[in-house]
Design a protein around this ligand. Structure first.
Ligand SMILES: [Zn+2]
Length: 455
């Protein structure tokens, strides 16, 4: 060993014993390393995600593929040796896309790429043909309100962030309907892709007429914008068979490792097993479902039984109803007070980026200390703000600390698109995320004190 390398090695050996590392953390350091080593020694996590997405494809609420995936998950969790594996029934809405198309009529006849928005109404059988008005934002629509009656409004808002730009998909259709639009097109909510349309739920206002609504790729939105800017009249024909059918029976899937000392206290982790009806739902949210499930499998495989119970829940119907998350809250109301922490993974399983935390301020140092065990895989940052649509109802109802798993690098490029397939995710990313979650939840389940009750 050369002298310089020796110095570096000594420094890195000394680093874990720095002042920031509390004594209680030390027994967990070798356990964290065992978990990471096990996850990185094979591609089990990725292969299980491939099995889910190859076997069942996309999994929208009300579909046979969703229920088949749920049955497979329950049977496979039993085979993994988990305890208390069962399904918990909830009714879910059934939205059906049907056939759909968008055709440019003027200035030329040509098919455009489109994807109807989730929960949208369809068009009359012959479609809707109308002139298009392109606006960049709500302000521009308001300025041009007098022109909108009888037209199709295209919201061509450039992607800023999901939180900011998403409003055109959720609220745009009803705001356009309020001033007389007959249908809405929305530039897909995501960064520029490869002419990829992004679906996702729209939310109709109760006091406005429901008009058909579809997403088009950024490229098609830009084309129509340039045509309008040149003064060219634009006319399109939108056809959509989208509709609701009667609510359908679905289930959350639950599995556990029971705690060795405090089995009634629970740390819960999960993702949602439903997806939109395009792509394979690999990142949204097959990945989140699989890495939380696999976190429990890693504990089981290594013979780790923490003080408290660790529970994995694969939620149903996150995308267009949230009935899984609400159902869990309602069915577990009496025991929510015994839930120590809730973690959700629903933002992709790309390179680990750490955790978001919402809970008692005293708990943040604990979360940060545990996360420091994950520095080698990049999962050590802890930010304020954690949660998710599936754990949100329970976390809010009982003031339970909530943790968001962060690994979102390429997430919004493929979110809700036909391109959401397993090819976007590497085996190392899948394994590292499972390991990160396993370490965080194992230590939270095993701590001598309850998260948030630090002295
Ligand atoms: Zn999701």
């Amino acid at each position: 060993m050369k002298r310089a390398a020796l110095v570096i090695a000594l420094v890195s050996l000394a680093a874990p014993l720095s002042a920031q590392s509390p004594a209680w953390l030390e027994p967990y350091r070798p356990i964290a390393q065992r978990i990471i080593t096990e996850a990185q020694s094979n591609d089990f996590t990725w292969r299980r995600l491939a099995e889910l997405t190859d076997t069942f494809g996309n999994r929208i609420s009300g579909s046979e593929t969703l229920e088949q995936a749920i049955d497979w998950a329950a049977a496979t969790m039993k085979a993994d040796g988990f305890e208390n594996v069962h399904k918990e029934a909830v009714m879910v809405p059934k939205w059906v896309r049907g056939a759909e198309s968008l055709e440019l009529v003027t200035p030329v006849k040509q098919r455009l790429v489109m994807l109807g928005l989730g929960n949208a109404v369809g068009t009359p059988a012959g479609g809707i043909e109308a002139d298009v008005i392109v606006v960049k934002d709500f302000d521009e629509m308001t300025k041009r309100a007098a022109e909108i009656k009888g037209k199709i409004v295209l919201f061509n808002a450039e992607f800023v962030s999901y939180g900011v730009t998403n409003v055109y998909r959720t609220a745009g259709p009803s705001r356009a309907a309020a001033i007389g639009a007959v249908a809405t097109l929305v530039r897909s909510i995501g960064p520029m892709g490869l002419r990829t349309p992004h679906t996702g739920a729209t939310v109709y206002a109760a006091d406005q007429p429901k008009i058909p609504a579809a997403a088009i790729p950024a490229e098609d939105a830009n084309r129509l914008q340039r045509l309008q800017d040149r003064g060219v009249k634009i006319r399109v024909k939108l056809s959509m068979e989208a509709h609701f059918e009667p609510d359908s029976q679905s289930y959350n899937v639950v599995g556990e490792i029971r705690g060795r000392e405090l089995p009634n206290e629970v740390v819960l982790m999960g993702g949602h097993i439903d997806s939109w009806d395009v792509g394979a739902g690999a990142s949204d949210d097959g990945g989140g479902a699989i890495v939380t499930w696999d976190a429990l499998r890693l504990m089981k495989k290594l013979g780790l039984q923490p003080r408290r119970t660790v529970r994995v829940v694969l939620f149903t119907n996150e995308e267009n109803g949230d009935k899984g998350g609400e159902g869990y809250r309602d069915q577990h109301m009496a025991e929510l007070k015994n839930h120590v922490a809730l973690l959700e993974s629903d933002g992709g399983i790309f390179n680990p980026e750490g955790f978001g935390y919402t809970g008692p301020a005293a708990g943040k140092a604990t979360i940060a200390a545990i996360a420091s065990l994950l520095k080698s895989i990049g999962a050590d940052p802890v930010r304020d703000g954690g949660g998710g649509s599936d754990i949100g109802p329970s976390g809010t109802a009982a003031s339970i600390p909530m943790i968001g798993h962060l690994a979102a690098a390429n997430y919004f490029q493929i979110h809700h698109t036909p391109a959401d397939t397993i090819e976007r995710i590497t085996p190392k990313q899948a394994g590292d995320n499972a390991a990160a979650i396993a370490v965080m939840m194992y230590v939270l389940a095993d701590l001598p004190w309850k998260l948030g009750a630090e002295k």
